[in-house]
Design a protein around this ligand. Structure first.
Ligand SMILES: [Zn+2]
Length: 175
């Protein structure tokens, strides 16, 4: 082969490889996003179970929001479940507890299926808690749907059902 022909083959291979690599990179990113999203879901469900176990030993009361992580820690085997895999900040818990539910009993909550118990908190900390101000503005889980990327949040509601909700929220979660 002449040098010119070799150069041509290299050029054609490079041109063909670019879209293939782009597609592979895109697939890998989607797989990573989807793994993080499902892992986060497992975390919030497991934390919900730990909270229920805590309640059994504490007269049916939910933990005190300002120290909820400390309070349920004895009921959590693997402390890694406090960390969302997509959380870029550092701190013990990526999840916050709805401060309005501090110390309440399940029977005190009017709409448990719409009332947030735990949420993806913008700032991980020792015992994050709040009433909706501390949601990550861009969401924590971004997921491509068709051509647009949607902003997704994991919520564990007071009925212990966890849902991914997309912003703008419909219906609006209660705090
Ligand atoms: Zn998450």
């Amino acid at each position: 082969m002449t040098a010119r022909r070799i150069a041509l083959v290299v050029l054609i291979s490079a041109v063909l490889a670019v879209p293939v690599v782009t597609v592979l990179v895109a697939f890998r990113r989607v797989a990573a996003d989807s793994n993080a999203l499902s892992k986060c879901g497992h975390n919030v469900h497991a934390l919900g179970i730990a909270i229920s176990e805590y309640q059994i030993d504490h007269g049916g009361r939910l933990p005190d929001a300002i120290k909820w992580v400390d309070e349920i820690r004895p009921y959590v085997k693997d402390p890694r479940i406090f960390r969302c895999p997509a959380d870029p900040t550092s701190g013990r818990s990526s999840y916050g507890m709805n401060a309005n539910l501090s110390g309440k009993r399940d029977s005190d909550i009017r709409d448990p299926s719409d009332t947030v118990l735990l949420y993806d908190a913008a700032h991980a900390g020792a015992n994050p808690h709040g009433t909706g101000q501390d949601l990550p503005p861009q969401g924590r889980h971004r997921y491509p749907r068709f051509q647009t990327r949607v902003t997704l949040y994991w919520f564990l509601f007071a009925d212990r059902a966890g849902y991914v909700r997309e912003k703008p929220f419909a219906p609006t979660p209660h705090w």
